[in-house]
Design a protein around this ligand. Structure first.
Ligand SMILES: [Zn+2]
Length: 341
């Protein structure tokens, strides 16, 4: 089969022929239809954060059709349309048993990221327990991006604990942010969005943002305070996680406000104990999401309540071009690779 293989950090991916993976008794073989490309793939190629054993097939945002099932698999059959929950968790620890499996400390693999080869390939082997059925009415590309962008935005908004009438600042309107703006709006919030290009700000407005701020032109926190009568936002959701954005997110908060950190970079932010204590601020981490989040966001998107976040599509063969466009900031929402028809 054809696959995009990471052979050396810092080098382009190699699109080449590799063996079709063999599913075990509890696995499913999926024929991939589409698979997203995002900042995590850039980090993988560069060797920042996750460093899988090489060679490794990338692709953590796949959608496809069940081709074959292992002898002990129940609930899935050839022809089923599926997406993946990417975390291979223990299922036994306190966190797994209290509906927080996305932070299971005994996670053995992350599909397309480490220990489990991903969906930038014609076929994917995945444990059946990590599959979710795609509801009717969702395209392959839109289904694919649920697997990471959709679940991540959905879980972040859940972690944010947004309430009707609150004001929320979404920092970064790429793939995850394009959904976060919509989900925050659907939660009944007034939504502000920050990004650094006019195109992304216009896009945020088209997705329902009430007010946008150009991070290159304005002092973001001052703009937020000016727009909230000096009060600040109830919640900031930082989908970028660099020195600037973490500062914007914290400084824009009202007293007692909460910052949800979704994105990250190598940057570290100096935290003021006095600011945290005296303003009673909360910082909340948010990591991808749980399998239930994936099922829920799939239903939400299938209901037609949201607009597609997929703005760019290329064939699998052109994955390095896709990564280049992403690196250059040329992808407005999400880039998806078409793997098979
Ligand atoms: Zn666990």
């Amino acid at each position: 089969m054809k696959a995009a293989v990471l052979r050396e950090f810092g080098k382009p991916l190699c699109v080449e022929q590799v063996e079709v993976p063999e599913p075990g008794d509890e696995d499913v073989l999926v024929r991939i239809r589409a698979c997203g490309v995002d900042g995590t793939d850039l980090k993988l190629v560069q060797g920042f954060g996750y460093r899988p054993d090489l060679p490794f097939v990338t692709g953590h945002e796949p959608s496809g059709v069940v081709e074959r099932v292992g002898s002990r698999v129940e609930g899935f059959a050839p022809g089923d349309r599926v997406i993946t929950h990417n975390f291979s968790v223990c299922g036994k620890c306190t966190l797994c048993l209290s509906n927080r499996a996305n932070i299971c400390p005994h996670m053995t693999a992350v599909l397309g990221v480490r220990n489990l080869p991903g969906g930038h390939a014609e076929f994917l082997r995945v444990p059946a327990r990590q599959l979710v059925t795609i509801p009717d009415g969702i395209s392959w590309a839109d289904a694919a991006v649920l697997t990471d962008a959709g679940i991540t935005a959905f879980h972040a908004i859940d972690r944010a604990g947004l309430r009707l009438g609150e004001t929320v600042l979404i920092i970064g309107v790429g793939g995850v942010g394009s959904y976060a703006v919509q989900f925050a709006k659907l939660s009944g919030c007034s939504v502000m969005a920050v990004d650094v290009t006019r195109e992304k700000l216009d896009r945020a407005l088209s997705l329902g943002a009430d007010f946008v701020i150009d991070g290159t032109q304005a002092n973001v926190a001052e703009e937020v305070l000016r727009h909230t009568q000096g009060w600040g936002v109830d919640c900031s959701v930082d989908i970028v996680g660099n020195l600037d954005t973490l500062g914007w997110g914290l400084e824009a908060l009202r007293n007692g406000g909460r910052l949800v950190v979704v994105g990250y970079t190598p940057d570290e932010y100096p935290l003021s104990g006095m600011r945290m204590a005296q303003k009673e601020l909360q910082i909340i981490g948010s990591r991808c999401g749980r399998k239930q989040d994936l099922m829920d966001v799939a239903q939400l998107v299938a209901s037609g309540a949201t607009k597609s976040i997929v703005t760019d599509q290329l064939p699998l063969d052109r994955i390095n071009e896709a990564l280049h466009l992403l690196q250059a900031g040329k992808v407005l929402g999400r880039m998806v690779l078409q793997v098979s028809d």
